[in-house]
Ligand binder design. Sequence first.
Ligand code: SF4
Ligand code: SF4
Length: 240
Amino acid sequence: MQTKFTEEQLRDPDNFANEKVFKKCVHCGMCNATCPTHQLLGDELDGPRGRIYLIKDMLENNRKPTEKVVKHIDRCLSCYSCMTTCPAGVNYMHIIDHGKKYIEKNYQRSFFDKLIRYFLSITLPNTKVFRLSSLLVKLSKPFKFLMPSKIKDMIELMPTNFPKKSLPIKEVYKSSAKKRIARVALLTGCVQKEISPQINEATIRLLNRHGVEVVVPKKNSLLWIFKSSSWKRGGCSSRF
Ligand code: SF4
Ligand code: SF4
């Protein structure tokens, strides 16, 4: 991808690093095929290639983020599924992180948006609060016609039925194979472990079958893992 950063802009280490990443992109669009938001919404700007263009345009032209740009960047889940299919090895993670940081610095969100984001930040990572809020959502469904459209959308998307927890709370899952080939820490996630616990179960089974011991760290040991392991790009597990 061609870039138009000036020499002065490239003195900023973030721009310097971003330019290197932008240059690697060959516009092939293969990343769009594995992007969940692109699959769901079918809009080029809701895929990684479109988002790369939006961020590049903002940074090169020192442009203030518009509501439209913010909407498409906000929709990125930072799941990094796109990175697994990029043939050019584009470090999308670096670009989107920088893009989001740029938006937080240069875009004034409305009070309502801030409120929703705060609500999500306290609800999603906390299992009990998440389950309680889903119960409240269930009760409020008949009155959703009275609510603003954003809240209506959230009510529609909020799961109200949870599977029974079948993953036992265990810290170490030993491999059933004769020889242990590796040991990994599995971060079980926040919402996913509540609404689809079978994903973690299947991951553990698969790893165990292939000789990998799985450690599910307690909350307070997560910091230690981040400090002591080399964080693999885009994954929810890290080797230590
Ligand atoms: S990080 Fe996930 S949601 Fe974001 S562009 Fe890549 S695949 Fe799509
Ligand atoms: S797959 Fe990689 S090279 Fe192709 S458009 Fe996406 S980021 Fe660019």
